[in-house]
Design a binder for this molecule. Structure first.
Ligand SMILES: Cc1cc2nc3c(=O)[nH]c(=O)nc-3n(C[C@H](O)[C@H](O)[C@H](O)COP(=O)(O)O)c2cc1C
Length: 175
């Protein structure tokens, strides 16, 4: 599977998950099949059992590593947590095989937040890290602010946000 969407938090019933599913629907409409990773599905103990000297040893974490390794294009949906992206996503990235997981891959990023920034800083921070790891990041990064108002019951109330996501997908297909 070429396209992999990563819901970048492990918070239960997250908006990131619902927006990831929405994005998957948009890809589908354009004839693109994708898989979705929800970090809420990570084993609870992965920080203690799947990183560093335990890399590759946690059977529940391994399928996530395998999915990330074979993906050619990755879409990260990241909520703004304390002025950055969720720490659980950084720990997830730190648990991936290096450098094979990220080298010469492509990524598209989407940010969301309760506040006005739409995860602008979160997207910047994640871009730096992915670039360091060898992944090329699409310049067009939608920042979805005031998300409680603009995304309700799994649908965008703001059509401009859907337009931004569709434009990003068109760019990402050719990226
Ligand atoms: C731990 C935590 C930190 C947050 N920090 C910020 C923040 O710095 N700026 C902001 O605008 N919203 C912040 N929020 C609100 C989230 O961006 C907003 O609730 C978003 O919908 C959360 O996405 P999620 O539902 O995928 O977890 C924070 C939420 C959490 C849980």
């Amino acid at each position: 599977m070429d396209y992999l969407i990563i819901c970048g938090t492990n918070r239960k019933n997250s908006k990131s998950k619902k927006i990831s599913q929405f994005y998957q629907g948009l890809l589908e409409k354009k004839g693109i099949a994708s898989q979705l990773i929800d970090l809420a599905g990570l084993p609870d103990d992965y920080i203690a059992s799947a990183l560093y000297e335990n890399a590759g040893k946690n059977a529940s974490f391994q399928p996530f590593r395998d999915q990330m390794k074979v993906a050619r294009k990755m879409v990260f949906v990241v909520a703004e947590y304390n002025g950055s992206f969720p720490g659980v996503l950084k720990a997830f990235i730190d648990g991936m095989e290096y450098p094979g997981t990220f080298k010469n891959k492509k990524a598209a990023l989407i940010g969301l937040s309760s506040g006005v920034q739409g995860g602008g800083l979160a997207l910047s921070h994640l871009t730096d890290i992915l670039n360091y790891c060898g992944t090329h990041v699409l310049a067009q990064k939608p920042k979805l602010s005031h998300i409680e108002k603009n995304f309700v019951k799994g649908q965008f109330t703001n059509p401009f946000y859907v337009q931004l996501l569709e434009e990003q997908i068109d760019e990402f297909i050719d990226f």
